[in-house]
Write a protein that binds this ligand. Structure first.
Ligand code: PEP
Ligand code: MG
Length: 913
């Protein structure tokens, strides 16, 4: 609060104590009511009690600071004066509403009470003053019903199916032969009021309060109390709204949209917020109160189609108000209004919520209309970077999705790991997926697995979407599908996958291989059956090339926005890609290099050779097997250099534990594999089995992986380094500029990188000597275990660049397995143990601290050290913003997240200017 002893902020009659700047104290609604009053928009007078009082109320057993009562009494007087009506008056009674309003809107989560001030006397006065007895008694019965529910908690008890007031209302309608509430007469409504009051008395043991001041205070208490109701708490958790904010409480004179024919109530938008088209639009109801629009009892009419004819003057007033508000706020507004006898009153305005499609269109249009500048268009509140996703992914047809929900086809939920929407036939193995794809390439498939391993890759490639029962946001399935731009849900824990029976089930619902299933990677929802999907225009233009840029307005606006983004962004954006096609897509999305090529993914097309390498005991035999892999790797790398055409390419040496390529599970699941390997290696089947068993590790992610592989089997590193350099020489000979960056994984000790760097240099020198060419290259390291961050100064003596592998760094910093945290993270989130999923958004306090230490240490040795991030966090807007602040040079993320990272980087650059 600006003034510590000021607890009440009045607005009305063209003057206001507050303003739009005071959102933190007055909440969005209160701040904007004050602002509208200031700029001459007609608003019923009222006052706002700030959020700080809500916090006081919560912290002090429902009591208020001294002085509040007096200030409220004073403000009520002012309201009476401006409105020319008085609380409790027997001639012209003032009625007020009492509404919640937090800093950010939390639609429908907290409480509201309307028509406060009515009692047996004032209801008569209202009848006379309005000349409408039915209206007066209807207002009174609505008041008792709302106050009874919200304040006195007269609700359906356990075992009761109906709200007690609704039950009485229904009974009255039946007895009166009335179809609608509005068919009841004044007498019937008066009887209903008596019945409602009797119900309150019988349920609470107390009379319904008559004193308007008592009513107001009880309603204020209920509004503050509703900040902590379950609904509100859950909503805040979902939307990352701090519990400490509190809600403000707005007490405001009532105006009535249900006083007859020249009356109406409605909600409107100054532009369309689903696709962003200009023009005032919204819903209204003639002769109705605001809650009727929301309650859905009567179907509202559309402002843009019929209001102009029904109430031309009102339409004109609304259009003018809309323009005034847009010009003032420089933003699309979402308003609530009431028309009382031909006069439009505004009850609320706020920046409208919108889809990603609308956000981009509106921001670009507002710039082109001269209302805002490009830097304003890029503000994070206008276009949350993540919302760009909607423009890049197929989505479910909204109507189709609602239909599926209403038909009870929601099967289960998991972690939303790869955005987009996909419908397809269930297949449970990669082989089956490939077979079906080869038979009917146009038939979409969803690969459903308990979890995925790298060898499922071939199946993932041909599937439209991936669904797994286990795993978290940085599990293999998640990161590979994001890299491929596939829709993916992981960790759908309720789902049981039975490979033998060829079924998946959740509770009693069983689906078979070949049945249709639909997954929403934005929300984690899984539906049975088919839901229609729509493709992305931006992707059709940039990637599929099925639409020309000039034919797509959506694409043109996207392109204009991204031009501004690149003008203001200082952080580089690279991509995680292992194949030329992924690299080409990423470049189309604006990637400036490859920040991570995981070489192991390439090996899955050459399992026979790699298994031979793993099973070899004798170094000479191993060398032989490794050499067979060289040409494949060389070809893969050359493809990447060509695709990136002069941009830097970071290639990481082999990283995963070897059991991912060969384990006892593989031998079990693939009959004949042991025999085939025995023949290939000329050893016995028993020998194959015993060597495979030796590879078993209890904790492979902390086992023999990363640079530990290249240190124990140096011939692997030597082969990879040779393949990289030979590919670079080959590409350079074709006129392509190459910038290879060789990256050593999982380094903790300087000695580890020293060891690997020596092998790489030796291999490179040999290639250069053989070919008579030299290539400039760098050797760097991933920083993905805490020790590397802590000793980064030493490591930077050898490493020429750093890249934070925040998947492993999170896993090792938190001691939380990236593959197993799905089992408890839901509980952690629900109980506010962690503010978000640490594998999706960097844990800035812990992992972030290690990153800062790593940056400082590295640059203390090499002031110009190039530093990036290539964990999955590189595509998460909050993490990208953190990386900008931490002084990184670039982030690297999956191709489809490149535009999102670019936008987030620009937003942070502008915010920290
Ligand atoms: C990481 O650990 O963040 C990383 C990029 O490596 P990977 O996910 O392949 O372990
Ligand atoms: Mg890693």
């Amino acid at each position: 609060m600006a003034d510590e002893s000021k607890y009440v902020y009045f607005f009305g009659g063209g003057e206001a104590d507050g303003s739009a700047e005071m959102k933190n104290s007055l909440g969005g609604k209160g701040a904007n009511l004050a602002e509208m009053t200031r700029i001459g928009v007609q608003v019923p007078a009222g006052f706002t009690i700030p959020t700080e009082i809500c916090n006081y109320y919560s912290d002090n057993d429902g009591t208020y600071p001294e002085g509040l009562r007096e200030q409220v009494a004073e403000a009520l007087k002012q309201v009476e004066e401006v409105m020319g009506a008085e609380l409790g008056s027997k001639d012209n009674p003032l009625l007020v509403s009492c509404r919640s309003g937090a800093r950010e809107s939390m639609p429908g989560m907290m409480d509201t009470v309307l028509n406060i001030g009515l009692n047996e006397q004032t209801v008569q006065a209202l009848a006379e003053h309005s000349g409408n007895e039915t209206f007066a008694w209807d207002s009174y019965r609505r008041f008792i019903q709302m106050f009874g529910d919200v304040v006195l908690e007269v609700r359906a008890r356990e075992g009761e199916h109906h709200d007690p007031f609704e039950a009485l209302l229904e009974a009255k309608k039946t007895a009166a032969g009335a179809q609608y509430d509005s068919d009841l007469t004044a007498e019937q409504l008066q009887e209903l009021v008596a019945e409602f009051k009797a119900e309150v008395k019988s349920r609470t043991g107390q009379d319904f309060p008559d004193d308007p001041i008592d009513q107001i205070w009880a309603a204020i208490g209920a509004v503050f109390g509703s900040w902590n109701n379950d609904r509100a708490v859950v909503y805040r958790r979902d939307y990352g709204i701090p519990h400490s904010w509190g809600t403000a409480c707005n007490v405001q004179a009532m105006v009535f949209g249900n006083l007859g024919d020249a009356c109406a109530t409605g909600v409107g938008l100054t532009r369309d917020c689903s696709m962003g088209a200009p023009g005032f639009n919204g819903d209204y109801l003639m002769n109705a109160q605001g809650e009727d629009v929301v309650a859905g009892i009567r179907t509202p009419k559309r402002i843009e189609t019929s209001l102009k004819d029904e109430m031309p003057e009102v339409y004109e007033q609304l259009e003018t108000i809309g323009k005034t508000l847009e010009n003032h706020y420089k933003e699309v507004q979402d308003i609530e209004f009431t028309v009382q006898k031909g006069r439009v009153w505004l009850l609320q305005t706020r920046n409208a919520k919108r889809t990603g499609f609308a956000a981009v269109r509106i921001a670009v249009d507002l710039v082109n209309e001269g209302l805002i500048t490009p830097t304003q268009a890029l503000e994070k509140r206008r276009i949350p970077a993540d919302d760009l996703n909607q423009l890049l992914q197929p989505i479910f047809d909204p109507a189709g999705k609602v239909e599926a929900q209403e038909a009870g086809r929601l099967l289960t939920r998991g972690i939303n790991a790869g955005p987009g929407a996909a419908s397809g036939r269930i297949c449970l193995t990669a082989e089956e997926a490939e077979r079906l794809y080869n038979e009917t390439p146009d038939e979409p498939l969803i690969l459903v697995r308990r979890e995925t391993s790298p060898e499922d890759l071939r199946g993932m490639r041909v599937a439209q979407g991936i669904l797994t029962a286990f795993g978290g946001a940085s599990s293999h399935a998640a990161l590979v599908s994001r890299q491929m731009g596939k829709t993916c849900i992981v960790g759908a824990n309720e789902m049981n996958v039975d490979y033998e029976a060829g079924t998946i089930s959740v509770g009693d619902t069983v689906l078979n291989t070949g049945d249709w299933i639909s997954i929403d990677g934005f929300t984690g929802e899984v539906f049975t059956g088919q839901v229609t999907t729509k493709s992305s225009e931006v992707v059709d233009v940039l990637i599929h090339k099925t639409q020309a840029p000039e034919d797509s307005e959506a694409y043109q606006r996207f392109a204009q926005l991204m031009e501004w983004v690149d003008e203001y962004r200082t952080l580089g954006v690279r991509t995680n890609a292992d194949q030329p096609d992924q690299a080409i897509e990423a470049v189309a999305f604006g990637a400036e290099g490859i920040g991570l090529c995981r070489t192991e993914h390439m090996f899955f097309s050459h399992l026979a050779e790699i298994r031979e390498m793993i099973l070899a005991r004798d170094p000479a035999i191993r060398q032989d097997a490794v050499s067979k892999l060289l040409p494949f790797q060389r070809e893969d790398f050359a493809g990447l250099f060509r695709a990136m055409d002069g941009r830097p390419v970071t290639i990481r040496l082999l990283d995963p534990p070897l059991h991912e390529f060969l384990s006892e599970r593989h031998l079990e699941e693939q009959p004949g594999l042991a025999e085939a390997l025995a023949t290939q290696l000329d050893i016995s089947v028993e020998e194959v089995r015993s060597r495979t068993a030796e590879l078993h590790e209890e904790n492979p992610m902390l086992g023999h992986r990363g640079c530990r592989l290249g240190i124990v089997f140096p011939e692997i590193t030597a082969m990879q380094a040779r393949a990289i350099m030979e590919a670079a020489v080959e590409a350079q000979a074709d006129g392509i500029t190459v910038h290879p960056e060789v990256m050593v994984p999982l380094v903790g000790y300087q000695a580890e990188i020293d060891h690997q760097a020596a092998i790489v240099r030796e291999a490179a020198d040999a290639v250069f000597a053989e070919t008579g060419t030299t290539i400039s290259y760098q050797i760097g390291t991933m920083i993905e275990v805490p020790r590397a961050a802590l000793r980064s100064d030493e490591i930077a003596e050898t490493a020429e660049f750093f890249s934070f592998g925040t998947n492993d760094l999170t896993q090792t910093c938190l001691g939380m397995s990236r593959d197993d945290y799905g089992g408890f993270i839901g509980h952690y989130r629900e109980n506010d143990i962690v503010p978000h999923d640490p594998f999706q958004s960097i844990d800035q306090g812990g992992v972030g601290r290690l990153i800062e230490l790593g940056v400082a240490g590295g640059r203390s040795t090499r002031s110009e050290l190039k530093i990036g991030i290539c964990g999955e966090h590189g595509g998460d807007p909050a993490s990208v913003m953190f990386c900008h602040r931490a002084g990184l040079n670039y982030v690297s993320c999956s191709p489809y997240r490149v535009p999102i990272a670019r936008l987030a980087a620009a937003q942070e650059a502008l915010a920290s200017e």
